[in-house]
Unconditional design. Structure first.
Length: 489
């Protein structure tokens, strides 16, 4: 029986970590330090690319740099497919989580020590692949701590999300301070140190996780392993050839990642639907996941512009002066995590208090998309202003709305993906959820090229309206979607 449907009596009785199983503390810790390194690096990455060489950067054109950010972010989530497949077929989620953390640390070391474009390329590839392996599997391991009908499940994921955002808050502050005082590579080095601390902490606690976290749900036969290796090598060779031939370039990287992610999502749904190993109920639940997938893409297309348009906005349009001191622009990336830290406990308490009376996942998703669209419309109050004209408090307020939207859609999204997953596609269903994030993140980088600081009204109006329309459509069709979800809320 799968870890999602099998009873977990010990975990159900264990309430030592804020009412949750103690094992959640270990996953909380490694995810916190991983997010410290990830967001710490990402907080200064765009500036590193488009700042001039004399300022310590690489001097890349802004439109290309934002496209790279979107492509990189999309590749992180796209890599969850690889991490999920290795977990389900070869190693199990817990082992993939551990090894992925090592790869991430090596990526940050490359960014810190290797100069120029070499360090950028090697570092981003390693961080993207490692983060993809860690993200899907950390979520899957959290899912193994609860039985399917444990009402603490959504609250547990909210606490897990608190760990993510505690790291996300601290990372940009540390790396931003180092970048502004001693240089970009010191900031990247701090990200490497943070990931190393996470590895040490997790190494002490990983043995306390349940055996189901190490189980390989669908082991790959030994005779097929060589074929897999050959396919992987061929895939890398094709990518290298496309780069050398100029088919894959920096200026079209985001568009390519969008197309690859979309193709991967369609293929993944097709594989699950065509599998003879899933029941009719499981297949119906996967169908019910499709509307959530689409709305999630729309949400993340806006939300992830914190690292593209809002990053540039913070550098050029935002008044960051506080009593004569100018705050580093990367610190803006720590505002959202502060609100998540404050509000995630509130949301967890609300969902726990409501229990089975809380809104179902489709309603949470729809509200998240509508609120996110509203956040973009708030930028219209400051549209087309002069340089450094937008008050800092205005961005703080807008990011507060970002956070409310996020907490309606992201922790429930992680949770519902584990509940809707067929038994034979446990971790891979979580990867499918992250594919929607990958697609949205890639789109966030691609659409950033259309942002015009001299005529901002069309940009913020159109994107905000699209998100609101998606949320309203899902809300209207909540009952049919719930019928497809077959008892999962």
């Amino acid at each position: 029986m799968s870890s999602q449907t099998a009873p977990a009596p010990e975990s159900d009785r264990d309430r030592r970590f804020f009412g949750q199983p103690w094992a959640l503390a270990h996953i909380f810790g490694v995810e916190m330090w991983e997010r410290f390194s990830f967001y710490g690096m990402q907080g200064i990455l765009l500036y590193y690319m488009y700042f001039s060489v004399t300022e310590g950067g690489l001097g890349i054109d802004k439109a290309i740099a934002t496209g790279i950010i979107g492509a990189y972010g999309g590749t992180v989530y796209l890599s969850t497919i690889l991490g999920a497949w290795i977990a389900d077929r070869l190693l199990g989620s817990e082992r993939v989580l551990f090894f992925s953390a090592i790869v991430i640390m090596c990526g940050h070391i490359a960014l810190a020590l290797l100069p120029g474009f070499v360090g950028l390329g090697v570092g981003l590839v390693l961080v993207a692949v490692g983060s993809g392996g860690l993200k899907a599997n950390a979520t899957s391991v959290v899912g193994t701590l609860y039985s399917a009908d444990d009402p603490r499940r959504d609250a547990g994921f909210s606490l897990f999300y608190l760990g993510i955002n505690l790291g996300a808050f601290l990372g940009p502050i540390v790396t931003g301070a180092l970048q502004s005082s001693v240089g970009f590579h010191w900031g990247f080095g701090a990200a490497a140190v943070g990931m190393a601390l996470g590895l040490v902490q997790y190494s002490f606690g990983r043995r306390q996780l349940p055996a189901s976290a190490r189980r390989v749900p669908n082991p790959l036969p030994a005779k097929k392993r060589m074929l897999v290796i050959l396919v992987a090598v061929a895939g890398l060779a094709v990518i290298a050839a496309l780069v050398l031939l100029g088919v894959i370039r920096l200026d079209n990287l985001a568009a390519i990642v969008i197309l690859v992610t979309l193709a991967a999502a369609v293929a993944y749904f097709a594989v699950i639907f065509s599998s003879r190993a899933i029941s009719g109920t499981e297949r119906s639940r996967v169908v019910g996941f499709i509307p959530l997938f689409v709305v999630n893409v729309g949400f993340w297309s806006l939300y992830q512009q914190q690292f593209t348009v809002l990053t540039i906005y913070s550098d050029e349009r935002l008044n960051r002066s506080i009593f004569g001191w100018e705050m580093p622009p990367s610190w803006i990336n720590s505002i959202n995590p502060i609100f998540v830290i404050i509000l995630s406990g509130v949301f967890a308490a609300i969902w726990t208090k409501l229990g089975r009376r809380q809104p179902p996942a489709p309603v949470k998703f729809s509200l998240g998309a509508i609120i996110m669209g509203g956040a973009f419309l708030l930028f219209l109050f400051f549209a087309n202003g002069a340089a450094n004209s937008t008050p800092l408090l205005a961005i703080v307020g807008i990011l507060f709305v970002f956070t409310v939207a996020e907490l309606f859609i992201s922790p429930p999204g992680l949770s519902v993906s584990t509940k809707l997953a067929p038994a034979r596609f446990q971790t891979q269903m979580v990867a499918l959820y992250f594919l929607s994030v990958a697609l949205g993140t890639s789109i966030a980088g691609w659409v950033a090229q259309f942002y015009d600081p001299h005529d901002e009204v069309p940009y913020f109006t159109i994107l905000g309206a699209i998100a609101i329309a998606l949320g309203i459509a899902l809300f209207v069709f909540t009952k049919p979607v719930l019928a497809l979800m077959r008892g999962v809320r």
